[in-house]
Design a protein. Sequence first.
Length: 277
Amino acid sequence: MSGILYLVATPIGNLGDFSPRAVETLLNADFIAAEDTRVTLKLLNHFGIKKPLISYFEHNRAQSGEKIIERLRNGENVALVSDAGMPAISDPGEDLVRLCAREGITVCCTPGPCAAVSALAVSGLPTQRFTFEGFINNSGKNRAEHLESLQNEKRTMIIYEAPHKLIGTLTDLKDTFGGDRELSLCREITKIYEEVIRTTIDGALEHYSKIPPRGEYVLVVKGKEETAEPEMTLEEALSRVDFYRSEGKSLKQSAKLASEDTGYSKNELYNAAVGKA
Ligand code: SAM
């Protein structure tokens, strides 16, 4: 019988966030596949865990993935960890999970810290519907396409960024959304210098023109505001104004009530009605 691939989330800054179940999962695994074995070794030492480690990272994932699958097929259980946070989320793991799914190998999740979800939760922006963009593409054409695809996005957007690229990305976001778009910059989550700056893109650019960006960032950008598209012609909307007028209401009151019914602004209806009279 095949073994199980366990995806084990690790702390994104504060070791206190490593769950008892995560420790138990590592203790029970036959071996651990890690993005950077040196980083993981520190975590294992802190929790007194001794386990064989192999490396599984971006540039050896095809080769290493095959070996891991082979060992899973032979009945070994493997725990996959990344340097920080949830494996497979802007981190190695996605391919390995896909291979397991194809092979009918069970994949279990030991959930825990994830910078994206933590940042969204503290952002103060709408959380009901959101998109995860990871890192905005780096190369010219792909980057332009990625940004363009977000232009009309109404959902809250979550973006990862490195400090040395923050100002460049904020500048591109300004070109995409305009400087007055709201965003939250969530920095160093769970660490000593944890900070959430709730501002606009212009506000963020001004802030970081004075203070150089430091640490790890998640940008949470508000989606495009819904604009109430008028669903009827102006003529039809004006007939609503006429209706309220016929009930004896003032023009101002009628324009206000008709505006609520139709989606046209009360000023537009008022002025059009005055012009018509
Ligand atoms: N898999 C990880 C997760 O679940 O959050 C994400 C890994 S991705 C390679 C690293 C990026 O996550 C960083 O560049 C930063 O954007 C974000 N990040 C990770 N830890 C963070 C923290 N403590 N505070 C803010 N952002 C963080």
